[in-house]
Design a protein around this ligand. Structure first.
Ligand SMILES: NC(=O)CCC(=O)C(=O)O
Length: 288
């Protein structure tokens, strides 16, 4: 297994026209691959405006054998094949039966769907005067944790609000993940306060790389978004020492980060907290 690789994050501008979003994602994934990325990741809700009014209209079925009526899913598969990359497909609204999910698909370079993560923790919060959102008014939550192997390392996958749950990251780490990946569209209030802090916390607690991929703050001029939700942006990569090694601002951008998994081993050897846990005194799950 190669210990070094390049991770490309596509902080995409997302608007109301799904076809336009797909075309833009295709061209940015191609550009990330040309810049050397072996693994490329898209943002949360990259094919649709982010908002409970839009999930149903933009949702697609996800089924590896027949995605013909699912243009975003077919496009992700092609992005992986045509660029020979592992594609972490951010997330899209998924429909299955009468339910909707916020779902991330991962394709290998042969176009096989190797992982599918349904957001586990729905984004329901209310900070009076600042931000109120209730994903659970239209979405259902997933019920599985998601780990996948690549020749570049073992990845754990969550979506946005999932990053706030320290136990989830700990369990992914206990399962052997070296990189935790969270496509996410934080808002301006909690983004400013918590976005980087959470990632650096998860990275230091678990001695893993952490990456997040946000939509860009603004939609493209030629493809405005009908949603009033303003994403924080600032997609980034944090190393297991807790240092932010690559970071976008608010605008559309590709970030390419050098990942060296020997750093995970080195830091775990130097500060061996993962083997020093007092399982005789405490363990997961912890009931409050
Ligand atoms: N899309 C999300 O899950 C947003 C989560 C968020 O903004 C937070 O503060 O948490």
């Amino acid at each position: 297994m190669s210990k070094k690789f390049q991770l490309g994050l596509v902080q995409l501008s997302v608007g109301g026209d799904k076809g336009h979003n797909i075309a833009r994602a295709i061209s940015f994934v191609q550009e990330a691959s040309k810049k050397g990325a072996n693994v490329v990741a898209l943002p949360e809700c990259w094919n649709s405006p982010y908002g409970t009014d839009y999930f149903s209209e933009y949702a697609e079925k996800i089924d590896n054998s027949k995605n013909t009526e699912s243009p975003s899913v077919t496009a992700m598969q092609r992005m992986a094949i045509e660029n020979s990359v592992y594609l972490i497909g951010g997330s899209i609204p998924e429909k299955e039966g009468d339910r909707l999910y916020n779902t991330s698909c991962v394709f290998n370079p042969e176009g096989k769907l190797i992982a599918k993560h349904r957001k586990l923790h729905l984004y329901d919060l209310d900070i009076p005067g600042k931000i109120k959102f209730q994903e659970s008014s239209t979405l259902s939550a997933g019920n599985k944790l998601t780990v996948f192997d690549t020749p570049y390392g073992k990845f754990g996958l969550g979506i946005c609000y999932d990053i706030r749950f320290v136990e989830y990251a700990s369990v992914l780490t206990a399962k052997g993940c070296q990189i935790l990946c969270y496509p996410g569209a934080f808002n301006k209030t909690t983004g400013e306060a918590h976005w980087e802090l959470l990632q650096r916390g998860r990275a230091v607690d678990n001695q893993v790389y952490v990456c997040t991929i946000s939509p860009a703050r603004h939609s493209p001029k030629e493809n405005p978004s009908p949603s009033s939700y303003v994403a924080w942006g600032h997609s980034m990569v944090v190393n297991p020492w807790g240092t932010t090694i690559a970071k976008a601002e608010e605008e559309e951008k590709i970030i390419i980060a050098d990942i060296d998994l020997s750093k995970v081993e080195e830091i775990r050897k130097n500060i061996p907290i993962l083997t020093q846990k007092r399982k005789d005194v405490y363990s997961l799950p912890t009931e409050l």
